[in-house]
Write a protein that binds this ligand. Structure first.
Ligand SMILES: NC(=O)c1ccc[n+]([C@@H]2O[C@H](COP(=O)([O-])OP(=O)(O)OC[C@H]3O[C@@H](n4cnc5c(N)ncnc54)[C@H](O)[C@@H]3O)[C@@H](O)[C@H]2O)c1
Length: 408
């Protein structure tokens, strides 16, 4: 039987695991990435993405020729877009400090698809996108290919996976599919059914786009609440962990864990995709973003206060040792990481700061990552990320600040 060909655009945290799972489920997968280095290392069975099962799946599917990484797209039955959708960082692209979504990578991928797609191809957008993107991309491809609108299928199918458990969640999570029309939804559902065991709900593309943005805005708002409460606890000299544990004993209360802010490629970004379009309405969403950003700034100020106390009793410049730089526990992903922002900002302000990030093997930021060095050389130890590896440290021995709030 002829193998179904899938061409995946973007071989990052989403595109690579998805490609490998598809290859493992019998699809012939062509993985396209504009970054030559990534394509080259994948061909050599090496990846920068640290995820359970990835290395094994990569070796297996490169060896059996089911997964072929390359720079240029190829004609296929299905095209899947998993490229970045960041926001514009320059001030000119902001109104009221709300950054605007940047869908240029998706548009570029769509242009690449236009050159190779044929009648009846199915195009799937997995990249988190502002409402209306699917229709925009559909129209762009129709215009470029001059295909009849009834001869092209496109569905928006956002990704909900949790980094650190991606393969497992790709298989087991529930999904939402928003087709540009009914035929597109049905075709996309048939495709996902091959490897997805979760419930697959069908809706229109605009609803599916807003579902994804709503989910991440909801998370941001709930984390903001925990972060705000943690600052209030500090002002009142109340133990944050104890307070949250007691409050959560209420049957209808479930306060999340506070931290040093919110980071990553999704929760710290996606709420702006709603806020940019509805600045007058999205007041809660905007407040949550501000609270979470303020928490990062606040943590840095607390570190500086503690530093000054230590310095006043010491005859040398104290060293600040940061534990964890990634945006969440047990991963090495540094994107939009509040911990990295604190580290960089302290360094910029002239504080002698060293850090350990045990999960970022590429050592992207040239930080000192040896835990032993950080423990030995620091006068003030600050836990910013709750990596498991830090659990064995006896913090009683150190001047220590914990922004993971683990001790009651
Ligand atoms: N990382 C997550 O946990 C997560 C979860 C849910 C949704 N998402 C969404 O999925 C999308 C992808 O995120 P990611 O984390 O995988 O990003 P990533 O940065 O890890 O990977 C994206 C890859 O796309 C490549 N690329 C850029 N333009 C391209 C093009 N035109 N053609 C081919 N390749 C191109 C880049 O070189 C990069 O390797 C984003 O919209 C993100 O918001 C991510």
């Amino acid at each position: 039987m002829k193998k179904i060909k899938v061409c995946v655009f973007g071989l990052g945290y989403i595109g690579l695991p998805t490609s490998l799972l598809l290859a493992d489920n019998g699809f012939k997968v062509f993985g396209v990435d504009t970054n030559e280095k990534i394509v080259h290392s994948l061909k050599n069975k090496k990846t920068h993405i640290k995820e359970p099962q990835i290395n094994k799946l990569l070796t297996k599917n490169i060896d059996n020729n089911q997964f072929i990484p390359q720079i240029n797209p190829i004609s296929a039955d299905i095209f899947l877009i998993a490229v970045p959708t960041p926001f514009f960082k320059d001030k000119d692209s902001q109104i009221n400090n709300i950054p605007f979504p940047n869908i240029e990578y998706v548009e570029k991928a769509a242009e690449m698809i236009s050159k190779v797609c044929e009648p009846n191809s199915l195009i799937i957008i997995e990249s988190t996108s502002p409402v209306g993107t699917s229709e925009k991309i559909f129209n762009l491809i129709i215009k470029k290919t001059k295909l009849d609108r009834t001869n092209l299928k496109l569905a928006y199918c956002p990704e909900r996976v949790l980094p650190g458990n991606i393969i497992n969640e790709l298989i087991n999570n529930n999904r939402v599919i928003g087709g540009i029309n009914k035929e597109s939804s049905i075709a996309a559902k048939k495709f996902y059914k091959v490897f997805c065991k979760g419930e697959i709900r069908i809706t229109d593309s605009k609803t599916a786009e807003l579902v994804k943005l709503t989910e991440n805005s909801y998370r941001d708002i709930n984390i903001a609440f925990a972060n705000e409460i943690s600052i209030i606890c500090n002002e009142e000299n109340i133990n944050t962990r104890e307070l949250i544990d007691i409050a959560n004993a209420h049957p209808r209360v479930n306060i999340l864990k506070p931290g040093c802010g919110v980071g990553g490629h999704c929760i710290a970004v996606d709420p702006y995709f709603i806020a940019a379009k509805f600045p007058e309405i999205s007041l809660l969403i905007q407040s949550a973003r501000k609270v979470n950003q303020n928490k990062t700034f606040w943590c840095k100020e607390i570190i500086k206060k503690e530093y000054s106390k230590i310095k006043s009793t010491s005859n040398k410049k104290p060293v600040i040792g940061i534990l964890g730089l990634s945006y969440k526990p047990n991963v090495g992903d540094l994107r939009e990481s509040p911990a990295l922002k604190i580290f960089n900002s302290l360094k910029e302000e002239g504080f002698k700061t060293i850090a350990c990030e045990p999960n970022n093997e590429l050592n992207e930021e040239n930080f000192i990552y040896n835990l032993k060095n950080v423990l030995t050389d620091s006068d003030l130890l600050v836990r910013l990320v709750d990596h498991d590896i830090f659990n064995s440290i006896n913090f009683e021995k150190y001047n220590f600040i914990d922004f993971c709030y683990l001790k009651k």
